[in-house]
Design a protein. Sequence first.
Length: 274
Amino acid sequence: MFSLEGKVALVTGGSRGLGRADALALARAGADVIITDILLESDQPDSAEKYGPLAQLMKRRGVVYTEQTAEEITKLNRRSAVYKMDVTDREQIREVMAAVKDRFGHIDILVNNAAALDHVASIENQSDELWERDLKINLTGAYNCSKAVWPYMKEQQWGRIINMASVAGTLGGFGQASYSSTKAAVIGLTKSLALEGARYDITVNAIVPGIIGTEAWKSGNPKMNERMIARTAFRKPGEPDDIAHAIVFLATEEANYISGIELNVSGGIELFTF
Ligand SMILES: NC(=O)c1ccc[n+]([C@@H]2O[C@H](COP(=O)([O-])OP(=O)(O)OC[C@H]3O[C@@H](n4cnc5c(N)ncnc54)[C@H](O)[C@@H]3O)[C@@H](O)[C@H]2O)c1
């Protein structure tokens, strides 16, 4: 039970954090895993400049593990590859998907994980530019990748699409107008595609993480982070593997009758904690 042997998975935004944990967990469960991101380990340090302060910080700290993760997957006796893929670039997505199909034979699992998380400002101070960026990456990115992989999944009459939403999308988030709007919209996209995919045995589900202690989350405002933790029933952030294990389950054959759900992996942050 719960084996992904013979399946090929593609993870977007897989260079660090949850994407990296998802890739490793999918491989441990038996899948071959393709890691994609805008920023690769082999890129020059100044290549992060155009992607904003968070990307620059992560590159400076060496928190970009694309090739390393692929190597770890290979050591598990699974196939792996790394591709530069910007989820806002439709042409590049099409090329990468075609290359993966060519090299690996099929694409069975898509994890739409890539997102921008660092735009925090009250409505009057929201940057119009970052609002547009967040829509483009977090929402349109998931749409772009789902649309590109759809014909392959439809043809093989099997597929798993797993979208990363957030409790910011289901509960709202102070100062997170752009981020929470995109994450709420990802849930709408998930449900519509679940309806359309069922006839082809393509399931589409959303994971709703609470607070997960990734490098990106840790680089946020420490006081705000403390307040977030205090809201969880567990009084601690979740681990990246808590998300990854839920994704593995939704990707399995055994989850074949689950589609269109929002699966909270949130340590009870939405409970009446006091
Ligand atoms: N960490 C949390 O507490 C938390 C909570 C709720 C939801 N999430 C969601 O989980 C996912 C991962 O979060 P994380 O904490 O690992 O964040 P992260 O910033 O470490 O990871 C995001 C990844 O997306 C990549 N990316 C950004 N723009 C891209 C683009 N245009 N094309 C391709 N890749 C791009 C980044 O390079 C990075 O590798 C995101 O969707 C996030 O919204 C995280």
